[in-house]
Design a protein around this ligand. Structure first.
Ligand SMILES: Cc1ncc(COP(=O)(O)O)c(C=O)c1O
Length: 367
């Protein structure tokens, strides 16, 4: 069996090798500062006794799990600290599939490409439901593809790549559908701190034994390299997930978890507010320039991404490589996110050069 490997690293490597200055808007690596307290925690760690350099508890440092549980208003036993949201999604999907209630995983189109990859890797079958032009998901459309074979429905809000933030009614309906079909809703909320709409609703707001919430500090603390995330399971699903986590990883990184704990405890809300404002400014700058360039584009309600469509320039890998070489801007091909956005390109607003990037794009497409 061949796994579907997402294209991110391939595009990043291509951009790195380019023979010119390239503005990197490929992946969701924040370019802003992590919390000061996280840096301090990391620094302090170097001087700790050797026992703190050994295995932490497999499911995560107790204090970190307690801090997460208190903030999310769940029982600490429900929390598994993971190797980023990536592992949290893997554990959640594996747990849903191993219930033997069916082998179908319902995904959206467009989709964050790691979900279909994980589905196949876990022996599941992919089913897609189309999001609308704004990236919103109609629960009635989800109902049409969900059935007795559905193991999981995997959604992501704020959404990568569309920028959609699902309203509370959608989340509520999705949980209800999962309950009705004895399936599991997996709600990936890794961009929850980047809700620009004020409408974000966590699936934790709907009490149910049929939903797993995944998240990470990768984006909220600008530390995609630390690999600290978590999943919150219903009590009856958590034990196997902890075992799988232990068998795959033994444990997570102890210094990274400690630094995140310090960051969580000692960071004021204005840190997150500032980053949200920075992102909102970049959205405005970039979309204004796309407007002037006569492109179609999305205005994200949340997450880091803007999708753009230029005339006669479909979102293929070849066109993305051409744009790197000829315009000096690196994005992701829309086709990487599913058929529905094959005409589009996705740009991550994680560079201070969004304005220069938009100018380059405008000049390039003014051909
Ligand atoms: C929707 C979504 N889920 C999960 C991840 C992976 O998060 P992590 O780096 O915490 O594994 C990303 C990263 O871009 C993402 O966009």
């Amino acid at each position: 069996m061949e796994y579907e490997t997402p294209l991110f690293f391939r595009v990043m490597q291509y951009a790195d090798r380019a023979d010119r200055d390239v503005i990197d808007m490929v992946s969701g690596n924040p370019d802003w500062e992590p919390p000061e307290a996280l840096r301090e925690g990391l620094g302090d760690y170097a001087d700790f006794e050797p026992d703190r350099f050994q295995y932490p508890p497999s499911e995560g440092l107790v204090e970190l799990r307690e801090e997460i549980a208190a903030r999310r208003n769940v029982d600490v036993e429900q929390v598994v600290v993971t190797n980023g949201a990536g592992e949290a999604n893997y554990l959640a999907m594996a747990r849903a599939l191993e219930r033997d209630r069916g082998d179908e995983v319902v995904l959206t189109d467009p989709v964050y490409p790691y979900y279909p990859g994980k589905t196949t890797m876990l022996g599941g079958r992919q089913r897609f439901v189309a999001a609308d032009a704004e990236g919103q998901l109609d629960p009635a459309a989800v109902r049409e593809v969900v059935g007795e074979e559905t193991a999981a429905i995997v959604v992501n809000s704020p959404n990568n790549p569309t920028g959609a933030v699902y309203p509370e009614e959608t989340i509520r309906e999705l949980v209800a559908i999962a309950e009705e079909y004895d399936a599991v809703l997996v709600s990936d909320e890794v961009y929850d701190h980047f809700d620009l709409s004020g409408r974000f609703a966590s699936a934790l707001g709907v009490d149910s034994d049929h939903r797993i919430v995944t998240n990470a500090f990768s984006k909220s603390m600008a530390i995609t390299g630390f690999r600290v995330g978590y999943a919150i399971f219903p009590p009856h699903l958590v034990e196997n997930a902890k075992s799988r986590h232990m068998l795959v990883n033994v444990a997570g990184s102890r210094p990274a978890q400690y630094a995140v704990l310090r960051g969580l405890r000692e960071t004021e809300p204005d840190y997150y507010e500032r980053n949200r404002e920075l992102l909102a400014e970049r959205v405005e700058t970039f979309t204004d320039a796309l407007e002037d360039a006569g492109a179609d584009y999305t205005t994200p309600q949340g997450s880091f991404y803007v999708m753009a469509r230029f005339e006669d320039y479909p979102g293929t890998l070849e066109n993305v490589e051409r744009l790197i070489d000829e315009a000096g801007v690196a994005g992701m091909p829309g086709e990487a996110f599913g058929d529905s956005r094959a005409d589009w390109l996705r740009f991550a607003l994680v560079t201070p050069r969004v304005s220069a990037a938009a100018e380059r794009l405008a000049a390039y497409f003014d051909r």
